[in-house]
Design a protein around this ligand. Structure first.
Ligand SMILES: CC(C)(COP(=O)(O)OP(=O)(O)OC[C@H]1O[C@@H](n2cnc3c(N)ncnc32)[C@H](O)[C@@H]1OP(=O)(O)O)[C@@H](O)C(=O)NCCC(=O)NCCS
Length: 316
């Protein structure tokens, strides 16, 4: 049956959300796939952030799957890719992949990147057929903040960070440029501005800034709680970066204080295992892996996964 790929429109959101839950729920073997990850928001929030980076596939006019691409400046991040389990093994994902790779967010990226569950040989093979090669593992780390009694100690704690959302428009613009300067020094052209704007516009969480008035030494873009990429009770570090060990430590202090202040019971953060120093520091602070994704990069592009790259992200 012919498979048509077209831009995802507002009318497709409900079906695409359903397919997302059923696809991952079925892949993970849960009893009730229709309600899997109901506290998470990927489809709606990513489409709202960048509608031109979202596609659906249709079979006979019925939506059968969707795929997303986000532009982080010179880095194009592909995913999530989900297909209605009733349509698996019909080539829907391959059609979606071919089309999204022609989207400027991926086509023009210096580093076309994605991650997938490290144990999922079928998806690794699928992406490999479309030019992506597996690299380092990305341990998805979690740190519980709840006390033995189950409550989160809200406490004042150390909070050496400036919340981005309270700045004036001028200062926000300056902060975005300083964050882009920091990431650009890690990988030419890497720019998280779209994620900072998305988190603020959709009230998904907060961007925490560490540094002085004229320099950002570290920052973290955090999603908070249900209805975001974090899920109920979690603070998810979508992206964090620092210039030095000291700045990275301050950033982790800030994220922890922020999560406690919001009453969130755990921090979730993915770190590419190639970033050995950052990975070690996170483990030293009590973060533990709950799963492993694998980083995949298209072609021969080099990534920002050196041992001294102080970056937290998982390309999900
Ligand atoms: C992974 C996923 C997107 C694949 O979707 P799909 O539409 O079944 O993928 P395709 O049909 O394009 O390709 C899958 C396989 O079917 C095969 N296939 C393609 N067309 C086929 C056809 N007409 N008949 C039989 N097999 C076919 C492909 O060769 C491929 O084979 P492989 O397993 O040997 O690699 C889907 O299983 C899914 O939604 N999984 C849950 C979410 C997920 O893990 N997403 C990826 C990470 S974000």
């Amino acid at each position: 049956m012919p498979i048509e790929v077209r831009p995802l429109e507002a009318r497709d959101l409900k079906t695409s959300e359903r397919i997302f839950r059923e696809a991952f729920g079925t892949a993970h073997g849960v009893a009730d796939p229709a309600h899997y990850m109901q506290d998470r928001n990927y489809i709606h929030s990513r489409w709202t952030a960048d509608p031109a980076g979202a596609l659906v596939a249709e079979i006979e006019g019925v939506v059968a799957g969707s795929v997303f691409a986000a532009s982080w400046g010179s880095v194009g991040v592909l995913g999530p890719l989900t297909v209605d389990p009733r349509c698996w093994h019909s080539g829907v994902a391959s059609h979606l992949l071919q089309s999204i790779l022609e989207n400027p967010r991926m086509r023009d990226a210096r580093l076309p990147a994605l991650s997938t569950a490290a144990g999922n040989v079928a998806t690794v093979r699928l992406y490999q057929r479309h030019g992506f090669w597996p690299g380092f593992l990305i341990p998805i780390l979690q740190k519980p903040l709840a006390s033995a009694e189950g409550g989160v100690e809200r406490g004042e704690g150390k909070a050496p960070a400036q919340p981005y959302s309270v700045l004036s428009e001028d200062l926000k613009s300056a902060a975005r440029k300083r964050c882009a300067a920091l990431t650009g020094a890690l990988f030419e052209g890497l720019d998280l501005t779209p994620e900072m704007i998305s988190v603020e516009m959709q009230a998904l969480g907060e961007t925490l800034l560490v540094g002085s008035d004229d320099c950002v030494d570290a920052f973290a873009i955090c999603h908070c709680g249900a209805g975001t990429e974090a899920g109920e009770g979690a603070c998810y570090v979508k992206f964090g970066a620092a210039r030095s060990t000291g700045a990275f430590e301050l950033l982790l202090d800030a994220v922890e204080a922020f999560a406690r202040a919001r009453g969130l019971g755990r921090i979730v953060a993915g770190v590419n295992a190639g970033r050995r120093t950052a990975y070690r520091l996170l483990l030293g602070r009590g973060f533990r892996a709950v799963s492993h994704a694998v980083a995949m990069v298209r072609g021969s592009a080099k990534s920002y996964d050196g041992p001294d790259a102080f970056v937290v992200d998982d390309w999900r």
